[in-house]
Ligand binder design. Sequence first.
Ligand code: BGP
Length: 488
Amino acid sequence: MFKDNFLWGGAIAANQSEGAWNLDGKGPILLDFRTGGSKKNPRMLTIIDKEGNPGKIPITRGTRLPDGAQYSILENIYYPSHEGIDFYHRYKDDIKLFAEMGFKIFRLSICWARIYPTGVEDKPNQEGINYYKDVFNELKKYNIEPLVTLVHSEMPLHLEELGGWSNRETIKHFDRYVRTVFEEFKGLVKYWITFNEINNEVGMLEMFGNTANDETYQTAYQKLHYEFVASAHAVKIGHEIDEKNIIGGMICGIPHYPGSNDPDDILLCRYTWEKAIFYSGDVLCKGEYPVFSKRLWKEHNVVLDITSQDLIDLKEGIVDLYTFSYYMTNVVTTHEVTDVVSGNFAAGARNPYLKYSDWGWAYDPKGLRYYLEVINDRYQKPVMITENGLGAKDSLDSDNTINDDYRIEYLRDHIIEMKKAVENGVNLIGYTAWGCIDIVSMSTGQMSKRYGFIYVDRDDEGAGTLKRIKKKSFNWYKKVIESNGNKL
Ligand code: BGP
């Protein structure tokens, strides 16, 4: 059984929903320059090169500008983040719909560049503060708790150009940003997440088909270290400003399975869990680097800039809550693989016991129970699932309905496994379904990879009225919440 005060809700991110990319003082972020994920316009960054020619570069982890190039808005190109689903202007109607489903909690991110447009200002942008204050007050009207992600890939572009998380100076600017939001929203927000999927800084290196090498690992591990320090600072600052703040870390939770009983596969699977999941989880939840870090760093000749003050900060900035995203599981093996799943983050050998989504993501509800029980064992902290859902090509039927039975089935199967994990002792306190309303896909830049209980009339080329339409899953989820997970 779920606890009586179980926090049922949904989740979105600013860069995938707000739009208003250059309104009311907001500064540019990298993802403002991401083109739409359509056939005509694959997910790229648009630039003007040093000769002044317009161009595009594919977005992969750690995308950087070629020398002398500038991020740029090119003519006649659709930029999905420019309007998103216009949550910036429509949040009152959307929150009303979330309240109709009975949400107890709603996860959203604050776009850093709305609060500090270049990241280095001494004073924050008051219009940005006012906007989020209005959103939190609207949620308060319906007794919906905000769950605020401080960084969801929305760093001010100017800080990116100063080196982003490769530059230790960024921590100082981050501290000023989080101090501002903790002070300004004290009493309106008590649930926080520091970084979205912080482990992806390293975990995803191989997943984009990057030819990850020692240099890319050195950069990734160093960026991740500064992010760990920043996360720890956020926890300390948040607790100083309001002791009621409950501040979580957030991990991209992809359980890995061994491809065979070969002991080499068993060891590979264990080491993959260490690199992709436990490395970051241990630093966030235990406040120190795990013993196996030395092996990982040695593997890629990584030498980190870690000060003794950093280590004190990590120890003092342990998170209150372990939160994670769960979509799929992956298979790792040392053996030759003929049937590989690839593309759109998914990578590895196909698991013959599972089915897969249109984007090659394994459909594995039991994997969620497995992950919950492993994490509960390792950290004994309250746990929240802050992303879970099925991206699918929903279509409007002739009577303007969307019969997303496949999404109801996916979510039902995962909630059943959550319940079993709770009965097995996992301290699960909440669940925010990802993309509770259709938004721009992070990995593809597309609208057509839909997750929502609410359909948004917008296509991959930016056409559509942005009208909201309840899907079949809207009333299903309403009953799930009303019955506290009993009516599935
Ligand atoms: C996670 C991101 C979310 C969300 C989710 C679904 O990695 O934290 O922002 O986008 O993936 O991925 P996608 O939107 O690419 O289907």
